[in-house]
Write a new protein. Sequence first.
Length: 467
Amino acid sequence: MSSAAHTGASLRRRLLAAAAAWIVLALLVVGVLLVLLLRQHVEDELAARAAGPLDALAANVTAEVPADAGAGATLALPVEPADEAFRRPYGGAYWWVADGAALPLRSRSWWDTQPPDLAADFARLTGARIGRFAARGPQQQPLVVWARRVELAAWERPLVVAVALDATRLQGMTRSFAYTIAAALGMLALALWGASWLQVRSGLAPLARLQRALSRLREGRTQALDGRFPSELQPLVDDLNGLLADNDRLVRQAREQTGNLAHALKTPLAVLGNLAAAGTGEEAARMRALLAQVQRQIELQLARSRATATTRAAGRQAEQRSDAAAVLDALLRTLQRLHAERALQAERVGTATATLVAIDADVLHELLGNLLDNAFRWARHRVQVSLGDEAGAGLLQLCIDDDGPGIAPQRRAEALQRGRRLDETQPGSGLGLAIAEELVRLCGGTLALENSPLGGLRVRLALPLAA
């Protein structure tokens, strides 16, 4: 997946980021709920602990009426709650009885402090409903207060009996539990993210295999996408292989049709050429020029079709390699025989550690044949071909030199254009250098025109070496 990883936000990063976001969100919600559930459980335990003393207070508080009719009634609590914490100063458990105007009764645990003023909160109590409130204790510790309303026949105002328990331990337990849960859920998040990473890696592995298969196809090591893929990808692979097969079939058909058309036109053009050559005058000259233009266009289309189709077919072979030195030697021998009357000196010089290039033999013959034929036609006395490793890693450098007139630097780009002939006095269609440049480009190499040490033109090639 290296290629995919280079494109902006990769699919793997997005999947892992989404997984991390959902894991963190889900575990955060779970953590908060667990802490709230613990706090509620501890408060329920405290409420259960306070329920007994609160019921005892409500049941035992009484209003005593003295025998003296002039004296007012007084509150009394014959039986106090039994919990020892109520009798120990600052014991963490507190009770009191309030009537809105005074605090007639309270537990010893308050010691020398007064219970908090919760008259406004107590005023909202109705019936036998138990209310829960928050307050501060005698040492400013947090308290949870449970209270209920009590009415006595001998007491003018409604009474409120209240029990308060120290909430410090509740908060400490909640805080400690929250830290523990955070650590546990953090480790769980890492484990889940690791599992997500493995899942994403496993899920994207077929895409990596597909990318490698495409690389092998592009490099010409296979003719189709090989291997089996998951059911979600296999239809895509099958369609791509079908598209490649259809494309190859269309290329072959186009090449065959181009060749058939060229052969069909060959005889009529030859007849017309003979007729035009036998004629005289301006009309015959014009016909010869038009026939030459038609012949040039036919050669151009044939050469381009042959270059593209042959190179494409070669690139699809599992093994494409040719010995550049052997091809050069064979072409030099052939061209020397063809130009024997000129007594040209042709030789191959230089050494290269590797001469096997990643080009089909037919394509290499087409390429070097065009270039060497051009050198032989323009050379005066000598043609020299050199091989070397200076082009760079994985490339073979090949230079073709002649001692002909050469090409001026400002006209070299024009010489590589299809159909451009720099010297109309020489035969040909002006396609040799153009087709050679196109073949080199299609094969993954480079072609450059330079000044030759022999005084003419140097064609410098850098061709990819076979693996």
